[in-house]
Design a protein around this ligand. Structure first.
Ligand code: HXC
Length: 257
């Protein structure tokens, strides 16, 4: 597929994906979702790199779902619109590799929901987060009502979603929505540095750790521990042997097994 909106760029074992519809503040429209689904299919099938970083072009990460497109929907169309976004962001969340959102500006509504489907959020100091749907007489529809509370707790989520207020990067950091703040001109460099750091750890261990954290979160504690034990043991048939041997031999591990 020839992409018009998403722009992938490879940096070794890391890929940077830029959402590029700056005239609409990267509002998420149907064309964007079609491209993202195609791209995620390719990433799942080929796993051509180890960490994905997502950012936006211009002054927005994404200012939400495309309101001009949404305004034309009827009841059934709105259900499909929501479902398509939910499923696409689940695909993103379920990628076997880690995904970092480098939030460079507005992350509102569907844009905030997109960032929350990523594993880690780094924000530029001028980023603005929010779920302003109630200002439009709507509610979040790309899992914002569920992911925000899982990330920051129910009390804060009720405050932000019911008020439709935006929060700045410092507030987002204080409440744990973002995991770091960078000066705008350093954001991509910092996000790529974190991505490279992750991409040079044991690749199977990183994938297993993401899977355990993500899947274990909604499981019973005991079931999650059983799953953790199995994945821990599995790495002893594999790159864990090399990692520990390299430590004892005081050398860098070689993950090409
Ligand atoms: C469509 C959008 C848009 C959006 C901005 N634009 N956000 N178009 N959908 N979500 C367009 C504007 O219409 C304008 O187009 C251009 O981008 C620049 O925006 P301005 O408003 O002129 O910029 P500025 O004054 O800097 O204000 C920035 C802003 C404001 C505060 C971010 O644009 C804004 O409030 N946007 C809407 C934010 C929002 O409500 N998001 C949630 C959407 S609901 P023109 O052609 O006039 O230049 C949602 C639901 C998700 O996301 C779930 C669905 C199931």
């Amino acid at each position: 597929m020839n992409y018009q909106i998403i722009k992938p760029e490879r940096f070794g074992r890391v890929e940077l994906l830029t959402i590029s519809r700056p005239a609409s503040l990267n509002a998420l429209n149907s064309a964007f979702f079609a491209e993202l689904v195609d791209y995620l299919d390719y990433v799942v099938t080929d796993e051509p790199f180890d960490v994905l970083v997502i950012t936006g072009e211009g002054k927005a990460f994404a200012a939400g779902a495309d309101i001009a497109e949404m305004a034309g929907l009827d009841h059934e169309g709105a259900r499909r619109f929501s479902e398509r976004g939910q499923q696409t962001f689940l695909m993103l969340e379920d990628l076997p590799i880690p995904v970092i959102a480098a939030v460079n500006g507005y992350a509102l509504g569907g844009g905030c929901e997109l960032s929350m489907a990523c594993d880690i959020r780094l924000a530029s100091s001028n980023a603005l987060f929010g779920q302003p749907e109630v200002n439009l007489g709507l509610v979040p529809g790309y899992a914002g009502t569920q992911r925000l509370s899982r990330l920051i707790g129910l009390g804060g989520s009720l405050k932000w979603i019911l008020s439709g207020l935006n929060m700045d990067a410092n507030e987002a950091y204080r409440i744990g929505l973002v995991q770091g703040i960078s000066e705008p001109e350093k954001l991509i460099e910092d996000a790529l540095a974190l991505a490279r750091r992750i991409a040079t750890r044991g690749p199977k261990a990183v994938r297993a750790a993401k899977f355990l954290l993500r899947k274990g979160f909604d499981m019973s504690f005991q079931k999650a521990l059983d799953m953790e034990k199995e994945h821990f043991a599995e790495l002893f048939n594999d790159e864990g042997i090399e990692g520990m041997k390299a430590f004892l031999e005081k050398r860098k591990p070689s993950w090409e097994l």
